[in-house]
Design a protein around this ligand. Structure first.
Ligand code: AMP
Length: 188
C-alpha cells in the first residue's frame, strides 16, 4: 500500500501550507483514517493515545470547514466546542488550532476554571469559531448568559475517558443537552 501524504488529502491550501511549514508530510495512522471521514461530515469515535496526532486529526477537518464554509461570528456563540478535562490540554488544543490555522482567519477562545472569568467573558462577547473549554467553567458561563451553545456545529470530546474518570459525567451530559442534535460529533 502506498503511504498517504497530506497533499493527497483534500484539505484546503492554507492548511496544507501550515502543515508543510511545520514539516508534516505524512499523516499519522489516526489522521489518515479519520480525516477523510470527518471531511465527509461523518461522526467519529477515535481511540488513540496521547502523542499519536489526534489533535490534528480533529482540528484539520474543522479548520477546513471554516475555509470551505465561512460564517459570520454570532455574539456569545461558537461553531465548534472542544471539551477537555484540564486547562493544560485546553491550552495545547488551542495552540494546535492556531498553528494549523495560521493562514486562515478564525477566532478561538479558551475557557477554564481557576482564573478570573472576565477575560473569558470578553473573548466570547463577539463570538468565536472555536471554543476549547473545561466543563465546569463552561457551564458557569452558560448559566450566567455569557455563552449560548445553540450554534455548535462541531462537537469534540477530547480525552473523554479522563473526563469521566475526573467525575465530569453530569457536566458533560448537561452540555450535550444544550448543543443542537444536528452536529458533527468527534469523540477521542
Ligand atoms: P497529539 O497526539 O495531537 O498531541 O500530537 C503529538 C505531537 O505530534 C504534536 O507535537 C504534534 O505537533 C505532532 N504531530 C501530529 N501530527 C503529526 C504529523 N502528521 N507529522 C509530524 N508530527 C505530527
Amino acid at each position: 500500500m502506498t503511504k498517504t501524504t497530506f497533499a493527497s488529502l483534500p484539505l484546503a491550501a492554507p492548511i496544507q501550507r501550515a502543515l508543510a511549514e511545520r514539516d508534516y508530510h505524512a499523516p499519522t495512522p489516526i489522521q489518515a483514517q479519520s480525516i477523510p471521514l470527518l471531511l465527509k461530515g461523518r461522526d467519529l469515535l477515535g481511540c488513540a493515545q496521547t502523542g499519536t496526532g489526534k489533535t490534528a486529526a480533529f482540528s484539520l477537518p474543522i479548520l477546513h470547514a471554516f475555509h470551505a464554509d465561512p460564517k459570520p461570528l454570532r455574539p456569545r456563540q461558537t461553531r465548534t466546542l472542544v471539551l477537555t478535562p484540564t486547562r493544560e490540554l485546553a491550552m495545547q488544543v488551542g495552540k494546535s488550532f492556531s498553528d494549523y490555522g495560521s493562514h486562515l482567519r478564525f477566532r478561538h477562545a479558551l475557557v477554564y476554571g481557576g482564573v478570573g472569568q472576565q477575560p473569558q467573558v470578553k473573548a466570547l462577547r463577539q463570538g468565536v469559531d472555536v471554543l476549547v473549554a473545561c466543563p465546569g467553567r463552561l457551564l458557569d458561563l452558560v448559566n450566567q448568559g455569557h455563552l449560548d451553545l445553540s450554534g455548535v456545529e462541531f462537537f469534540v470530546l477530547d480525552e473523554v475517558d479522563r473526563m469521566l474518570d475526573m467525575g465530569f459525567v453530569n457536566d458533560v451530559k448537561k452540555i450535550v443537552a444544550l448543543i443542537p442534535r444536528k452536529r458533527q460529533s468527534l469523540f477521542f
